[in-house]
Structure formats: structure tokens, C-alpha cells
Design a protein around this ligand. Structure first.
Ligand SMILES: Cc1cc2nc3c(=O)[nH]c(=O)nc-3n(C[C@H](O)[C@H](O)[C@H](O)COP(=O)(O)OP(=O)(O)OC[C@H]3O[C@@H](n4cnc5c(N)ncnc54)[C@H](O)[C@@H]3O)c2cc1C
Length: 477
């Protein structure tokens, strides 16, 4: 059996793996990446890129149908869903070529096939053996499939439905869709399909959307926005069983204590993602896993086995990580540096991770919520300001949402920001950068903001520390 040796052998070829491979290349080291599906992994092929491409298209359709301005008549844009999918595939293919495929070659080797450990130093890719001075596990995550009676008997969709050229992909617009789960993928895709014309029902197990880990005001506000678009949200609901009836799926669900039958064309199961650690013969390497199947790592991203590192979705929420592309990309580079550089090790830094749920208007968050700040022992100053107080929101006639700032009442250091509103995904970066430098509430006030912008929401909520922001003139402090 042929065996080749490399400085770094990487399991996976997603954005985490690429970051690790490029860092190895910069360090002048030899590296091989492995992939059993499509080069580039989840983000480019079936996650971030295709979803944001289609979410923006759906917004065009929605805005045309719902112009916010008297004087502009609503227009019905005809949606050719298969054509939209084709253009999405073009965008994905071209981005994948530029950002992934074109980067592999002689110095970054790419090997197709299923990778698993043969021993702590050797990766077996369908019979080809690759020995690594160091190994990086970057196998990402996959959709969780819950145990619902009947689910294994019927076809259903997962968050892989935007994949291109894979069995899981969806190329026709569903007439109706039941989404089990109400996390960020469910909400983003649910609103997108509804805007294209699908009759969407979302099932939430808890009593409110986005409960745990979010400010309490978020769930009701998001629900109101989705509700106004005709998306049905069933709370305190669990699916009892599913079956197929002709070309429909029938779900028996307990909705707030009452059994109901829900009939739809497609079922989308979006109940979270789990790390891909069960198919790599990890026991042969002796690498320890956590209770959710995540690879356990220290702050340098090394596992319990010397020279085996892990990063990206596969480490789950370890050390405050999030399953998001920029987190994996940063950590993949750090892991490769620590594995190969012979320089002092870099530690991961997950203190400030901004994130966005790309619903419309977007929900963006950085840092902690009020409850989390109190639980961490802070005496809190917190304030919430509705978007109606942000001049730009009023000018653009979209005042949905709010901004909340959480600060330490003694030091005035800002600890967290939640913003639901137009442009929140961009605005959150100002808060994140400020928090990186331990900014105080007053820093947001003293920074001149462009008028009128949505970023002024940060300044206005900060001003509410000292005075009533509803009594301000223009951009006065
Ligand atoms: C619908 C959707 C929307 C998303 N939107 C966003 C967003 O807007 N912003 C954001 O930051 N994140 C988003 N994400 C999350 C983001 O895609 C992931 O966090 C990111 O892709 C993780 O990168 P990774 O390299 O760690 O893993 P992956 O990209 O999953 O790469 C791992 C790769 O390893 C391969 N692999 C696994 N096991 C093996 C094996 N044994 N042998 C060989 N290959 C193997 C897999 O096939 C996969 O290609 C989204 C995800 C989904 C599903």
C-alpha cells in the first residue's frame, strides 16, 4: 500500500481546512487536504453563499410586492425558481473556483475520498495512506436528524437543500413546507421560501422563538415580523410522527397540548448540526470527544494527542466557539501555525464574535445578553431603543426592530449589543471592534457617526445612558 508523508494532513476541505492549508503553505510546509463531498465544504457549496444569494433575491421579490413608499405601486415579480437555482449554481461555482479550487495544486495537495485514522499519525483515504507530522481535524458538521417516528420512511429536506449537484438539493419551489426547528437556518430559509411563494409553517419546541441565549425581546419581535409576512409559527409544538400520503407529507404534531395534523409538500428538518466525528475512526488516534461528539481541544486547538489539532464546526462550542465560517477560518490558521511553526503558540480568541441571522431585517449580536452579564457577576446597565428613534430607519420607512446595549454599570464597559433592524449585520461590526478594545458607553457617543446611518443606532442607545433619546435633535449628543 502506497504511503506518502506530509508536514500537515487535513481531514476535510472546508473553509477551516483551507485556512490551515494556506497557513502551512505560507510556512513553507507540505500539506494535503481530503474531501469526500465537494471541495470547499459547507459554506461555499450549501451554506452561507447559496443561502445569501437566494435570500437577497427573495428580498427583491418581497420589496417589489410591498413597497414601503406611498407613490410606488406594488409589483409582482415573476419567480422562475429553477432559473434562480441555476444562477445560484453559477455564483457558487465561480466563487468556489476563485477561493478554493484554484488554491490547490503542487504545494497544497487535494485528495478525494473518505478519510479516517489508521493510527495517530496516519490517515487512510480509501486505501491511500498519508502520514502527517501533524494532523488537523476539520471535518465540519452535518444536520442532526431527530428521532421522529416515520421519518426514516419518507423523503425529507435538511439544511443541505441548497447543495449543488448532490442528492439533497432542491430544484423546484415547494408549494408548502413544514420546517421542524426554529434556529437561524430555519428562520432564514423559512422567510426566503415564503417570499418566493411557498406556504411556510415553522415548528418551535419552546414557548418562544430564539429563547435560550438571546435577549427576551428578540423572539417576540422576530415572530411579529415573520407573522406579518404570513409565515405560520407554531410554538410549544413537537412532532409526534410523520408519514407520506401521495405526494404529501403528513405530520402529527402536538401544538400547545392539542394534537394536529399538518399536510405539506415538503418537510425540512432543521434541528441543528452535529460535528462529523463518528466516521473517522477517531478511537484509533485516541482523540477525546465531548458529549455532543465535538473534538475536545485546548486553547491552542490541540487535542489530547500531541500533534493532532482540530478547528471549525468540528469543535462545536468549545471555548466559546460558534459554528460559523469566520471562526473556523481564524482557528484553522491558528491550529496550523501551532502545529508547524516552531514559534510560540497562538491561543484562540473567541471573546468577541459578532454574528448575524440573515432574516430581513437582520438580527445581529455580539457579546453577552443582560442575563448572561448578570450571571457573570456584573452589575448591569442595559438599555433598549426602538428603531423608530433612528433617523435613517425613519427616512427609509422601515422602523422594525430595536437595539439593546448591555454594559457594566460600574466601569461602563460595553459587554454586548443585540440589534434587530435594517443593516444590523453591518452595524454590529462597529460594536464588535469597540468591544475588542474594551470601549465604554461614552466612546459610542463621542465617535462622530455619519448622519443618517443605521450605525447611529449604537450612538443613540449609548446616549440613553444619560438622557432620553426621544428628545434629541438630529445628531446632537
Ligand atoms: C444553510 C447554511 C447557512 C449557513 N450560513 C452561514 C453564514 O451566513 N455565515 C457563517 O459564518 N456560517 C454559515 N453557515 C455555517 C458554515 O457553513 C460553517 O460554519 C462552516 O462551513 C464550517 O466550516 P468547516 O470547514 O469547519 O466545515 P465544513 O465546511 O463543513 O467542511 C468540512 C468538510 O469535511 C468533509 N468531510 C467530513 N468528514 C470527512 C471525511 N471523513 N473524509 C473526507 N472529508 C470529510 C465534509 O464533506 C466537508 O466538506 C451556514 C451553514 C448552513 C448549513
Amino acid at each position: 500500500m502506497a504511503t506518502e508523508s506530509f508536514d500537515l494532513v487535513i481531514l476535510g476541505s472546508g473553509s477551516t481546512a483551507f485556512a490551515g492549508a494556506l497557513r502551512a503553505q505560507e510556512l513553507g510546509k507540505s500539506v494535503v487536504m481530503t474531501e469526500e463531498r465537494t471541495i470547499g465544504g459547507t459554506c461555499v457549496n450549501r451554506g452561507c453563499l447559496p443561502s445569501k444569494n437566494l435570500i437577497d433575491a427573495a428580498k427583491l421579490v418581497f420589496d417589489a410586492r410591498n413597497p414601503r413608499y406611498p407613490g410606488i405601486a406594488p409589483a409582482e415579480l415573476r419567480v422562475d425558481f429553477p432559473a434562480l437555482i441555476r444562477q445560484k449554481d453559477d455564483v457558487v461555482a465561480s466563487y468556489r473556483k476563485k477561493k478554493y479550487e484554484s488554491l490547490v495544486g503542487e504545494t497544497v495537495r487535494f485528495e478525494r475520498g473518505h478519510a479516517r485514522f489508521a493510527d495517530p499519525k496516519t490517515i487512510d483515504v480509501d486505501g491511500r495512506m498519508f502520514v502527517g507530522r501533524a494532523i488537523l481535524i476539520a471535518t465540519g458538521s452535518r444536520p442532526v436528524v431527530p428521532e421522529i417516528p416515520g421519518l426514516d420512511q419518507i423523503p425529507f429536506l435538511t439544511s443541505d437543500l441548497l447543495a449543488m449537484g448532490e442528492q439533497e438539493e432542491l430544484r423546484e419551489l415547494p408549494r408548502s413546507m413544514l420546517i421542524v426547528g426554529a434556529g437561524y437556518i430555519a428562520l432564514e430559509l423559512g422567510q426566503m421560501f415564503a417570499r418566493f411563494g411557498t406556504d411556510v409553517t415553522i415548528i418551535e419546541r419552546g414557548s418562544e422563538l430564539l429563547g435560550h441565549g438571546y435577549e427576551p425581546a428578540v423572539g417576540p419581535a422576530v415572530r411579529e415580523i415573520l407573522d406579518a409576512e404570513g409565515i405560520r409559527i407554531l410554538r410549544s409544538t413537537s412532532v409526534h410522527s410523520v408519514r407520506r400520503d401521495g405526494d404529501e407529507v403528513v405530520a402529527l404534531a402536538d401544538v400547545a397540548g392539542r394534537r394536529r395534523e399538518l399536510r405539506v409538500q415538503h418537510l425540512l428538518v432543521a434541528t441543528g448540526r452535529r460535528p462529523n466525528t463518528d466516521g473517522v475512526a477517531i478511537e484509533r488516534a485516541g482523540v477525546e470527544l465531548g458529549s455532543r461528539g465535538q473534538v475536545l481541544v485546548d486553547e491552542t486547538l490541540q487535542t489530547n494527542v500531541a500533534d493532532i489539532f482540530a478547528a471549525g464546526d468540528v469543535i462545536g462550542a468549545e471555548h466559546g466557539a460558534q459554528m460559523a465560517t469566520p471562526v473556523g477560518s481564524q482557528d484553522g490558521g491558528i491550529a496550523a501555525w501551532n502545529a508547524l511553526s516552531n514559534q510560540p503558540r497562538r491561543r484562540l480568541d473567541h471573546r468577541v464574535i459578532p454574528r448575524t441571522i440573515f432574516i430581513d431585517p437582520p438580527l445581529a449580536i455580539v457579546g453577552v445578553t443582560e442575563d448572561e452579564a448578570i450571571a457573570a457577576g456584573h452589575r448591569c446597565w442595559c438599555s433598549t431603543v426602538p428603531m423608530s428613534l433612528v433617523p435613517r430607519a425613519g427616512a427609509a420607512r422601515d422602523t422594525r426592530g430595536f437595539i439593546k446595549m448591555v454594559a457594566d454599570a460600574d466601569t461602563d464597559e460595553v459587554l454586548g449589543v443585540t440589534m434587530l433592524g435594517h443593516g444590523a449585520g453591518e452595524v454590529i461590526h462597529e460594536a464588535a471592534m469597540a468591544m475588542r478594545f474594551h470601549a465604554r458607553v461614552a466612546d459610542f457617543i463621542e465617535l462622530l457617526h455619519v448622519f443618517p446611518t443605521m450605525a447611529e443606532a449604537l450612538k443613540i442607545v449609548a446616549i440613553s445612558r444619560f438622557k432620553d433619546p426621544s428628545k434629541l435633535s438630529c445628531c446632537a449628543e
